[in-house]
Design a binder for this molecule. Structure first.
Ligand SMILES: *Cc1c(COP(=O)(O)O)cnc(C)c1O
Length: 458
């Protein structure tokens, strides 16, 4: 290895960092570490074998569900923190990791253009959304929570847990919240909070946040942005103008959720909730005035509904942010742009292929979905073909996903005589930057799998 070659072995870096960490406790009297049980090696290998029973999520030919491998430095930082196993519930459970959490969450807030905020990491997007809607309910008890019918399914369940009425607003032909339908609901005066999804989980559609804000001139309501999957795209330089306009409106939102374990290169167990107004901390706190929350001694356990939380998640996120800062044009942002370019390229090839039918709207972020043309021109026939291509592609090591999606997302002539209902579509989330370089390999396999299925009509 020459002097200028960077090491590729993250385990070697981890060993070095572990030594560095151990040095910090070297003044303590030596305590013997219990020897590993003789069976440990065999059992660990057995676990490795069990884990073969998975799709190859980290490989670029896995282009199905919303799964992205954590960055090697996040894995190493998480493992490093495990020798301390800090609990960010309270400062005496994890001093350093709590400080790192405050910094990591501030970096998220800065990314969204918020000079001040109240926020923390959570176990995931669901719990982060629960906190957002809990605060919404505290501010406007018994008022309605409204989200589009393409919003994450947990919003209606969370509302039910919180005892708040929930209403789904219909989505338009692009899968975005229908503003006429929304305005009709707003007229009733019963809406407390509108959940605006920037990047829906199924198809990556982006609700028009900028235009929803315009409705606040006439109606009063709170806006929660669910950007669990799509939030980081605010850094991408290659969004379509309407999508960009939605992202540019984020600074005016009341709360926002983003999942570092979706697009932020983190291991699972890492969501984040941010409130623009730090004084909402008063709802969490029971024995201190709210000024406590703008003091330097922020106690994360007192602004979270969860008690124990993995300090290791904060260490992993902080470390990854140091390596890949959230700057537009930076390496992290370019990774998001590459995934989106991969999605645009795959979509372009599908558009040009007569065997497939694409939806009315092209990919807004990095999710592509399409249906299969059938001679019967029915959703049932197209659904059956999609399922068979999905299975066949896996034989070529290409792993796609299936999604049941509203027919109205496709041009009206796609299924004559069918104006409502669902069709099973092929779907691909191209969220790894490597997908761009692998698009030929992906397309070649999709082409072969489709040819195999269509050679014998059903
Ligand atoms: C993934 C997702 C959620 C749920 O987040 P989890 O981390 O899976 O709990 C909520 N909303 C959106 C838009 C998501 O994509």
């Amino acid at each position: 290895m020459s002097q200028t070659t960077h090491p590729t072995d993250i385990f070697a870096l981890l060993r070095e960092a572990q030594h560095q960490l151990d040095q910090g406790f070297a003044t303590l009297p030596a305590a013997s570490t219990p020897a590993l049980d003789p069976d440990a090696e065999a059992i660990l290998n057995e676990a490795a074998e069990r884990l073969h029973d998975n799709y190859p999520y980290a490989h670029p030919l896995y282009a199905g569900q919303m799964l992205k491998p954590p960055h090697p430095i996040a894995r190493a930082a998480y493992a490093l923190a495990m020798s301390v196993n800090p609990n960010n519930h309270a400062l005496d459970g994890g001093r350093a990791s709590s400080a790192m959490e405050v910094e990591a969450v501030a970096a998220l807030a800065t990314m969204f253009g918020w000079p001040q905020h109240l926020g923390h990491l959570t176990s995931g997007g669901t719990f982060a959304n629960l906190e957002a809607l809990w605060v919404a309910g505290q501010l406007a008890p018994s008022k309605k929570i409204v989200a589009s019918d393409q919003a994450h399914y947990t919003h209606s369940r969370i509302s039910s847990v919180l005892g708040l009425p929930f209403v789904a607003v219909s989505s338009d032909n692009n899968g975005c919240m229908d503003l006429h339908a929304l305005e009709q609901l707003l007229r009733s005066g019963e809406v407390g909070t509108v959940v605006v999804t920037l990047g829906t989980t199924a198809i990556g559609s982006v609700d028009p946040l900028d235009r929803i804000f315009a409705l606040r001139d006439q109606y009063s309501f709170r806006i929660h942005v669910d950007a669990a999957y799509g939030g980081y795209f605010t850094l991408a330089g290659n969004l379509a103008p309407a999508t960009r306009a939605a992202y540019d409106a984020i600074p005016q939102a009341d709360s926002i959720v983003v999942d570092p374990h979706k697009h932020g290169l983190q291991p699972y167990g890492c969501g984040a909730i941010l409130f623009r107004d730090p004084t909402v901390g008063r709802f969490y706190k029971h024995d201190s005035p709210y000024t406590y929350f703008s003091s330097k001694d922020l106690h994360l356990g007192e602004i979270s509904l969860e008690c124990s939380r993995a300090g290791a998640s904060a260490v992993a996120l902080w470390t990854t942010q140091r390596l890949l800062p959230y700057t537009s044009g930076g390496k992290f942002a370019r990774g998001l742009e590459d995934g989106r370019n991969a999605a645009l390229e795959l979509n372009r090839r599908i558009v040009a292929d007569a065997r497939f039918i694409v939806p009315i709207s092209g990919p807004q972020l990095d999710i592509v979905f399409w249906t299969v043309r059938s001679s019967q021109q029915t959703p049932e026939a197209s659904s059956a073909l999609a399922s068979r291509i999905f299975d066949e592609a896996a034989h070529f090591d290409l792993h796609l996903a299936l999604a049941s999606l509203p027919i109205h997302l496709f041009p009206t002539e796609t299924f004559p005589g069918h104006s409502s209902g669902y069709v099973t579509c092929l779907r691909s989330v191209l969220m790894k930057p490597e997908h761009l370089a692998w698009i030929d390999a992906i397309w070649q396999r999709l082409d072969q799998a489709t040819a195999h299925v269509l050679v014998e009509p059903i």
